[in-house]
Design a protein. Structure first.
Length: 275
């Protein structure tokens, strides 16, 4: 007989609930888990809490821990451990560096929840351990991830390989980040998006790619610009609408200008999550 999966009480631990891929992934995933009967809650270590309202609107409890500093290890670990005791969670799922560190450090004080970490990026390529402080952080990270977690996940095979290489973590399972396709279909089919895009200088008949991401190396804006140049050689001229802030804005703008793609690439500052 087909048995219904056992429902679980799950706590997601994340650094903040500001704009970002890991944060938005929770907004995408948790309502679906809740609809399937799981009891889902979120613990955000510190502000901003911009996305908390979206989660709370669909019944997801958000705990704002207000840790005073990201390296306030005593405070962060104590507040998480206290929440674990009160909540009696079956699974604690950590996202990003500090959430993983504090979740692992709490294990000696509250050993009962099964702890899982999800690796979202290839941080040790972007920020290589070339200084004494970064080397210490990497060694601490590796030891805690190996000894303080019960399971390890990554958003891609490349990300899994990265953390196996740098932290010595074995048996990482790949689970791609989920997207609610019904939400995307409602946006596309709702009839509103052509007028909204027109406000950014895109005509309704234009084939347009929208790229919302921080302007940092790991997001790969340079590959999009190179791809547009290759497509132009084939007689294809799609528009690209880029939203975001970050240190590489001038560099990307200069490459767009150098390749003569100013008529196709539109760059805008980051917008609100609702927009």
């Amino acid at each position: 007989d087909h048995q219904r999966p056992r429902m679980m009480k799950i706590l997601q631990v994340i650094e903040s609930l500001g704009r970002g891929g890991a944060e938005q992934a929770l907004v995408n995933l948790l309502p679906t888990l809740a609809r399937r009967g799981h009891r889902c809650e979120v613990a955000a270590l510190w502000p901003p809490y911009h996305l908390a309202g979206q989660l709370e609107q669909v019944g997801i409890v958000v705990h704002r821990l207000d840790v005073s500093h990201r390296w306030n290890i005593i405070q962060g670990t104590a507040r998480l451990a206290s929440l674990f005791r009160r909540g009696r969670y079956e699974v604690v799922h950590a996202h990003l560096f500090y959430a993983g560190i504090y979740t692992a450090l709490s294990r000696p004080f509250v050993p009962t929840p099964r702890r899982v970490v999800l690796f979202h990026n290839m941080a040790y390529n972007t920020y290589p351990a070339t200084t004494l402080w970064r080397k210490f952080r990497k060694r601490l990270d590796g030891w805690l991830m190996r000894c303080g977690m019960d399971g390890w996940l990554a958003v891609s095979p490349t990300t899994a390989q990265h953390y196996t290489q740098h932290l010595g973590v074995k048996s990482i399972t790949t689970i791609p980040v989920s997207v609610d396709l019904s939400m995307l279909r409602s946006l596309v089919n709702g009839g509103e998006h052509p007028n909204r895009l027109k406000g950014y200088g895109v005509a309704p008949e234009d084939f347009t790619m929208i790229f919302p991401a921080r302007f940092v190396s790991e997001k790969g804006h340079r590959f999009l610009v190179q791809a547009l140049a290759l497509l132009r050689e084939q007689g294809l001229f799609p528009k690209a609408l880029l939203f975001g802030d970050g240190p590489l804005v001038p560099e990307v703008a200069a490459e767009v200008e150098q390749r003569g793609l100013g008529g196709q690439v539109i760059m805008r500052r980051a917008v609100s999550n609702a927009e």
